[in-house]
Design a binder for this molecule. Structure first.
Ligand code: ATP
Ligand code: MG
Length: 256
């Protein structure tokens, strides 16, 4: 559903991405996990044609070449950016109405769609509240609602659970899993919370490129046997192990 090969991105002399390769299947939840500055948002920005890649990258979403066919793809994608992109002086409902019109949802469907989405993200009672007066968690819910308003088949979520309380985080993940299973929605998601990444079907640990990719179980098993552990490691151990391995390889590469 999302295919990226040979993706590099240079800002001036700084290489933010170096030959990143990534493939996300239909209906899959794929988690991009990496430290600050590892290139997660840059990757997403290139997928959405907000940034241009260095020459040589091949990117397709739902079989359409990016950036050439991006306008077709926008209709299929729901995007929740790392920084919220809501109109702060509009109410929750007005924001949803605005985006519904932007996505050309037929006028007769808009009210029903908004009602459904508000119920989904549990924001019905706050529909008339100005977004700037909403709490951080409510704004996150609202941002997710905006991303879902046109019933996209692909969701791209950049740190959707940052600043969200644990209860709502669990609700968000249950919801992501539900739409992935029931509606075959493909989800590319970034998160800082390593424990959360076990909710993904597959994860990619990234540092300018995908250092290692696999199901959470596969990665944990790999580390268990590589380190000869008696117990299964957690995702934090997995992350530290592969980050160190990658750093070692990088350092050796520079020495040679
Ligand atoms: N427009 C830009 N100009 C120059 N450098 C940039 C630009 N955008 C991103 N970078 C740099 O590229 C690197 C990758 O940034 P990016 O935002 O993709 O990281 P990230 O993995 O999303 O980090 P975080 O976890 O903090 O959100 C960083 O070093 C950042 O400073
Ligand atoms: Mg980011």
């Amino acid at each position: 559903m999302i295919e990226i090969s040979h993706l590099s991105k240079t800002f001036g002399h700084f290489k933010a991405l170096e030959d990143l390769n990534l493939s996300v299947g239909e209906g899959e939840i794929y988690g991009l996990i990496g430290p600050n500055g590892s290139g997660k948002t840059t990757t997403i920005s290139i997928l959405l044609d907000i940034l241009s890649p260095d020459p040589g990258a091949i990117i397709t979403i739902a079989g359409r070449k990016i950036p050439e066919k991006i306008s077709e793809v926008y209709q299929l994608i729901g995007f929740m950016p790392q920084d919220l992109s809501l109109y702060l002086d509009l109410t929750v409902e007005q924001n949803l109405k605005f985006f519904a019109k932007l996505y050309r949802i037929p006028k007769s469907n808009i009210a029903g769609r908004i009602q459904k989405i508000l119920e989904l993200v549990d924001m019905e009672e706050f529909r008339k509240r100005i977004v700037s007066k909403c709490s951080g968690g409510m704004q996150r819910r609202c941002s997710l609602a905006v991303a879902l308003i046109h019933e996209p088949s692909i969701l791209i979520l950049d740190e959707p659970t940052v600043g969200v309380d644990p209860e709502l985080r669990i609700e968000f993940w249950d919801f992501f899993k539900q739409i992935s299973r029931e509606k075959e929605v493909t989800i590319l998601i970034t998160t800082h919370y390593l424990a959360e990444s076990t909710n993904c079907d597959r994860i990619g640990l990234m540092n300018k490129k995908i250092v290692v990719s696999g199901t959470p179980e596969e990665l944990m098993k790999n580390v268990k046997s590589a380190k000869n552990l008696d117990e299964m490691p957690d995702m934090e151990d997995v992350f530290i192990y592969f980050t160190h391995q990658e750093k070692k390889m990088r350092d050796n590469g520079h020495e040679n």
